[in-house]
Structures are given as structure tokens and as C-alpha cells.
Design a protein around this ligand. Structure first.
Ligand code: PLP
Length: 683
């Protein structure tokens, strides 16, 4: 079962809202502008929903409450209306908006300021470390402002704005006031009638109505310019045939708000959030909340965990079928810090590592129980895989593990028999993570090597010596970390040797008795030197891998940029693929901390193996040399990592490597290939 904790992004549709929408589409499908009975029925429905919304939002008489397609449309309409009224007003030269507003607000200000040719200055109102508006700044600038936009509650942090303080700061100002009420709907009374708010947009899909329906409140007498002209619907304020199914569904949600039973009140939500918060603190030692809980909506938690990226945490939760959102915009390679948290002046690690967990008022006790249990399971998975900030389990290390940092590759070579290890090309930013992994494994390091001799590698070696002195090599070494006077480093049944050229050293690893090395860790060495030292079958593991190739052969090293065509299996074809390739090996390339949280097998006949991308180098040689080559189907959560794996093998000459396109995310849950974690991996 999915545990959906991303209600600030959107919500599922309430069953009664779905029923109302279907009724409006299938039975009461009239056009409210028609004068016949079917049309009149539709008109009555709209009037009823509007009247309920007016009462619930306390709009008072004379104000307008329009149905829109959502908050973005409401914001455009409000901004257009306000800015159009400012034309020729020479006393005004500013437009103000809160620094943590949803992008729809500053973008709309910029857009309409340009389209209307107003050339007003657009200024962000700073916020303090609690995410609240700087009222002194507002007071200072409000006399020159034509429009002030402040949200009621923030979508990322849940921080509730001090609307009374803002109203007081606007005393005497000619500014119109827009309050984005999206995150407040159903959670926070806005007292629209009592306050001087001129415009307030709302969005149905944040409170269990479908996407595509919203509301815009416009105070009586506030300037208004229609965004859409046409058939004169909504009293000519917003033309276009009404979204009747959306309005009916929104009506059902408002009725649920009214009945006092279906949706939980603020006190109950406080209790639920407190339980989720406790589970998080227990699961992730050192966790910090990014916004004060007593100033934020009782439905939102925004947090960061030292040493764990937002991306890692999202992958972890997703593997446990818990949907949360990054508090920041993440791309595949790097997380961009959240502008909201940056505006609050939070440290970079918090702004870049933020995760948002949000619930809606339809959740119940059983749902919260399950959510807390899954959060605790996520913490346990981290402890078992040596990623928790504290209380990690000891682990058994064996083989090669790759650690990536902004395109640079660091390799940890471990041998579980001799209980020893070697580190290659570590960087200072990775020291915490590496020290943690080395401590859990507790094997002494035989060498901390650099292929290129760059200063960062030496710096990382010094930092490691400060952090884990007990595990550092005890023999003197040269500038590249190689133990002085030693020809080879024995790692169990394998042996590490090196060759040096003007560019640094190549580290070769192979069986003790074998003539050609199986694998070479290469730095900047040129192809000519390499060809003297490695065989055509030696895999080359690069010191940098921006192109996500994983490994190369000497012969295709030059084709680094070339895109290999990758064979894809679509989710719908999975069963057919398995019957066509009964000998196929399905390989889960997600990280072990994700695999640990996966479900029980649902493709019982398939042969599965868990091999995270970070450990792929251990298996590539065997897969490539198998005769005949066995079909390999790689899968992961989104299809991104499995594509890298299939592509790398294809490039190396494997003819039967496939990726599950779109990953597990696009498969129906009953068709998910999963495996039980191997208990031998855990102490
Ligand atoms: N304002 C806030 C605070 C929001 O959270 C959102 C939705 O993400 C919007 C505006 C835009 O709403 P809609 O999706 O209805 O256009």
C-alpha cells in the first residue's frame, strides 16, 4: 500500500467528490447557461457550491467568488486586475511579494508588468529565519507599493504568515493586497471579510478535489479585469463554459468540510503531525526541522538530516512506498537548494538536503500508524547499510564499491577474508561518508591511493587520518599513497600493482597468478601508455565519469561520447519478455538501502539478483565473458540507473542487456519484480 505524504503537492480525490463529479458528467450534464430544465439543474448546482464556499470562506456580501481552473489562473486574474488599475498612477512605483511565494506569484508580476508596459519595480519582501515576512521592510516600502502579494501559508515549510501583522504594516498604504490561500484552504480560517484582503486564489486539488478547479475571491470594489472574455459566464468576470464536474467535486469537498466528520480538525492534525515528527526524529538521529512547528500548518513537516542528501532520502522513502517530496528542485545529478529555505537564511546543507512531508485532513489514525512504521523502517534500513548518522550496524565489505561525487569516482576495494581494504581517489567532500563506511566495516586500510596525484586526494587522505586514525595504513607511502618499497598490495586472492607515467599511476588488479589484469583504475594516463599495461579484456574504471559509462575497454575509450543504443523493455511487455527469455537474469540496480525496503517477490519464476550500480564493476567481467551471453534485464525505481547499466554493458559489447523503461514506478504494483534482501549481507 502506498503511503502518500505529499498532500501539499496534490491530494487524491475524495470518494464523495469523485461520485459528485461523475454525477455531473453522466447525469446532470447540463450547461448552466441553458434555460431548459437540464441547464437549470446545472445552474442550481453552481449556485449551491458557490453559496457554501462563500459561507465557509466568510467572504461577506458584495464580494465575488469566481470558479477558475486553479490558483495559477486566480493569481493571473488578480495580478492583471491590480496592475491594470495602476496604469497612469504616478504615486506608485513598486510591486511587492514575499520572498517565499509560490513561483506563480513573482512570475505573474513580471509577466503582467511587462505585458502592460508598466515598468514598476518588483521587490521581494525578505523573510526571517522562521519564514515570516519582514514587517519593517513592508512598512518602509508600502507607501509606494501598488500591489502586495503574501501567501497565507507556505507550500514547502507550512509556515503561516502573520496576516494581522501584514495588514497593520499596510495601514495607510494605497496597495492592493493579494493573499495566496492555496495551502490554507480547509486548514486555516482566513477571515476574508474582516481583513482588507483584495484577492485570494484557492486551488481544489490541494484539498481532495480534482485538478483543474479553483476559486478566486475578489473584495467588493477591488479593481477587476477579466482574464478571459467570451460568453459572459460568471457574471462576465470569467468567460468559458464552467467546469461542472470540477465544481460538483469541489462542492462535495466543501460539504465534507462542513459536516465536521469527514475531515479532521486542527487539533487532531497537530497530534498526527507530532507522531510523524517523533517517528522521524527516532529514525534519523540528528534530524533538524527547517521551520518552527508552532508557526506552521499542522499538516507539514520540512526537515533535513546531516550527511544525507535530499535525493537519497527521497529514494529511501520511495522504496518503502512512502511518497514525500524534496524540499528542493532535484535533478538527476545534483540537488538545487530550495529558494524558500535559502530565503530563510538556512545553512546550505539544510536548504539542499530538505525533504517535505505533508498530510491532508482526510487521513486517519491507521494511516498515521502505518506511516510511522514505514518511517522507522527507513531508519532501520539506513542503520543496516551504514548510512545512518548514528547507531549503524557493523557490515561485511567485499569487492569494489564506487562512490560518486559530482562526476568524480572514488573506489573502495575490500576483501572480507583478509579483512583489509584499499581506497582509490577519495575526495574531501566524501570523507564523512567514507569514514562511516570504513568504520562499519572496520577493516584496516592498506593504502589510500591517488591515480592522478591531485591535491584533493592528498587532502582527503589527511582528513581521513584525522577522522579514522585507527584504520589508516601504518606504512610510509609516496605522494600517490603507494606504500614505499612495496611492489604489490595483496587483497585476498587478488593483487594490486601499479604502473606510473608522467600523468600519474594506473592501478591494476587481477588474480595473483594471472598475467593480464582484470581491471585497471585509470587517471589521466594516455592511451599509449595504457596499451602497454592493460589487455584488450581489461576493464578500465575511470577517475571521472560525467558520461556515466561505469567502465570502458581500451578499444572503446575514444568513443566515450558516443551514445550506444540501449534495448528497452516496456512495463507492459515484462511478462512477454520473461516468457521469451526464460533464462533472463533480472538485476535490481537500486542501492541496498532501497532494496531492503522492497516488497516480497511477485514474479516468482524470474531469477533475480541485487546489484546496485555502485557495485556493478564486480559483475561486469563475468557477464561479458559468459558464453552464450545470458539476457540481462536491469531495473530500478525510475529507469535511470538501469539505463546506465544496460548502456554500459551494451557499449562494452554485451548483446543482451536490457533496461526496464520507466522503472518500477510505472509498473502496476502486482507486477513488480522484487527480491528478498540477502540475509548474509547483514551481520
Ligand atoms: N500557490 C501555492 C502556495 C501552491 O502551493 C500552488 C500549487 O503548487 C499554487 C499556488 C498553484 O496552484 P495550481 O496548481 O492550482 O495552479
Amino acid at each position: 500500500m502506498e503511503i502518500y505524504l505529499d498532500a501539499n503537492a496534490t491530494t487524491p480525490v475524495l470518494p464523495q467528490a469523485k461520485a459528485a463529479a461523475i454525477q455531473a458528467m453522466v447525469e446532470d450534464y447540463g450547461n448552466p447557461s441553458s434555460v431548459h430544465s437540464t441547464g437549470l439543474k446545472a445552474k442550481a448546482l453552481i449556485d449551491g457550491v458557490r453559496a457554501r464556499a462563500q459561507r465557509l470562506l466568510d467572504t461577506g456580501d458584495g464580494a465575488s467568488l469566481l470558479f477558475t481552473s486553479g490558483a495559477t489562473e486566480g493569481i493571473q486574474t488578480a495580478v492583471l486586475s491590480a496592475l491594470n488599475s495602476l496604469r497612469g498612477n504616478l504615486k506608485i512605483d513598486l510591486l511587492l511579494y514575499g520572498a517565499t511565494e509560490h513561483k506563480a506569484v513573482p512570475e505573474a508580476l513580471k509577466h503582467w508588468n511587462e505585458v502592460l508596459g508598466l515598468r514598476l519595480q518588483i521587490l521581494a519582501i525578505p523573510v526571517d529565519t522562521q519564514g515570516r515576512h519582514d514587517l519593517a521592510f513592508l512598512r518602509q516600502h508600502s507607501a509606494r507599493a501598488g500591489l502586495v502579494c503574501t501567501m497565507a501559508a507556505n507550500n514547502e515549510t507550512g509556515v503561516i504568515s502573520d496576516l494581522d501583522g501584514i495588514e497593520a504594516a499596510l495601514a495607510g498604504s494605497p496597495a492592493l493586497w493579494l493573499v495566496d490561500g492555496v495551502q490554507a484552504l480547509g486548514k486555516l480560517p482566513l477571515r476574508l471579510q474582516a481583513r482588507r484582503i483584495d484577492y485570494a486564489p484557492f486551488s481544489g486539488h490541494k484539498l481532495y478535489a480534482p485538478k483543474g478547479i479553483g476559486l478566486l475571491y475578489v473584495r467588493a470594489g477591488a479593481p477587476f479585469t477579466p482574464l478571459m472574455a467570451g460568453g459572459g459566464q460568471e457574471g462576465s468576470l470569467r468567460s468559458g463554459t464552467e467546469n461542472m464536474s470540477g465544481i460538483a467535486a469541489l462542492g462535495a469537498v466543501l460539504a465534507a468540510l462542513d459536516d465536521g466528520q469527514t475531515l479532521r480538525d486542527a487539533a487532531t492534525m497537530q497530534g498526527f503531525r507530532a507522531r510523524l515528527g517523533e517517528a522521524l526524529v527516532e529514525a534519523f538521529p540528528g534530524l533538524v526541522f527547517n521551520a518552527p512547528l508552532d508557526l506552521s500548518l499542522p499538516t507539514t513537516l520540512n526537515f533535513a538530516v546531516p550527511g544525507l542528501s535530499s535525493r537519497l532520502l527521497q529514494d529511501l522513502f520511495d522504496a518503502a512506498d512512502v511518497r514525500v517530496s524534496g524540499g528542493s528542485a532535484c535533478s538527476a545529478a545534483k540537488a538545487a537548494p530550495s529558494f524558500v529555505l535559502q530565503a530563510m537564511g538556512l545553512p546550505d546543507w539544510q536548504a539542499a538536503g530538505a525533504v517535505r512531508l505533508s498530510i491532508g485532513p482526510a487521513v486517519d489514525e491507521a494511516f498515521i500508524d502505518e506511516a510511522c512504521a514505514r518511517i522507522r523502517a527507513c531508519g532501520e534500513s539506513l542503520r543496516r547499510h551504514c548510512l545512518s548518522p548514528a547507531n549503524n550496524f557493523p557490515t561485511i565489505g567485499d569487492g569494489i564499491t564506487r562512490f560518486m561525487q559530482d562526476g568524480a569516482c572514488c573506489y573502495l576495494l575490500a576483501d572480507s577474508v583478509s579483512k583489509s581494504c584499499v581506497l582509490i581517489d577519495a575526495r574531501p567532500e566524501q570523507v564523512c561518508r567514507l569514514a562511516q563506511a570504513l568504520t562499519c566495516q572496520a577493516y584496516p586500510l592498506l593504502a589510500v591511493l591517488s591515480t592522478t596525484g591531485e591535491a584533493e586526494h592528498a587532502q582527503a587522505r589527511e582528513l581521513l587520518a584525522e577522522t579514522i586514525p585507527e584504520l589508516m595504513p601504518n606504512k610510509p607511502a609516496d605522494a600517490l599513497g603507494w606504500p614505499l618499497g612495496q611492489a604489490a598490495i595483496a587483497l585476498g586472492a587478488q593483487e594490486l600493482t601499479r604502473k606510473i607515467d608522467g600523468q600519474g599511476q594506473v592501478l591494476l588488479i587481477g588474480k595473483l597468478e594471472s598475467a593480464t589484469p582484470e581491471l585497471a583504475f585509470i587517471g589521466l594516463n594516455d592511451a599509449e601508455s595504457l596499451s602497454a599495461w592493460v589487455g584488450s579484456e581489461t576493464l578500465l574504471a575511470p577517475a571521472r565519469d560525467e558520461a556515466q559509462q561505469l567502465a570502458l575497454f581500451l578499444k572503446n575509450e575514444r568513443q566515450a561520447e558516443e551514445e550506444a543504443a540501449v534495448q528497452q523493455v516496456q512495463g507492459a511487455q515484462l511478462k512477454a519478455f520473461m516468457s521469451y527469455h526464460p533464462d533472463a537474469l533480472l538485476i535490481d540496480v537500486r542501492e541496498p538501502y532501497e532494496q531492503f525496503l522492497s516488497h516480497t517477490p511477485e514474479l516468482p519464476t524470474a531469477q533475480m539478483e541485487a546489484l546496485p550500480l555502485s557495485r556493478m564493476l564486480n559483475a561486469m567481467q563475468a557477464w561479458l565473458s559468459e558464453q552464450p551471453q545470458r539476457p540481462l534485464l536491469f531495473f530500478c525505481r525510475t529507469g535511470n540507473r538501469s539505463r546506465q547499466a544496460a548502456m554500459a554493458l551494451t557499449r562494452l559489447g554485451h548483446a543482451q542487456a536490457w533496461t526496464l523503461a520507466g522503472g518500477l514506478a510505472l509498473l502496476p504494483s502486482t507486477a513488480r519484480p522484487t527480491h528478498q534482501p540477502d540475509p548474509a549481507l547483514y551481520v
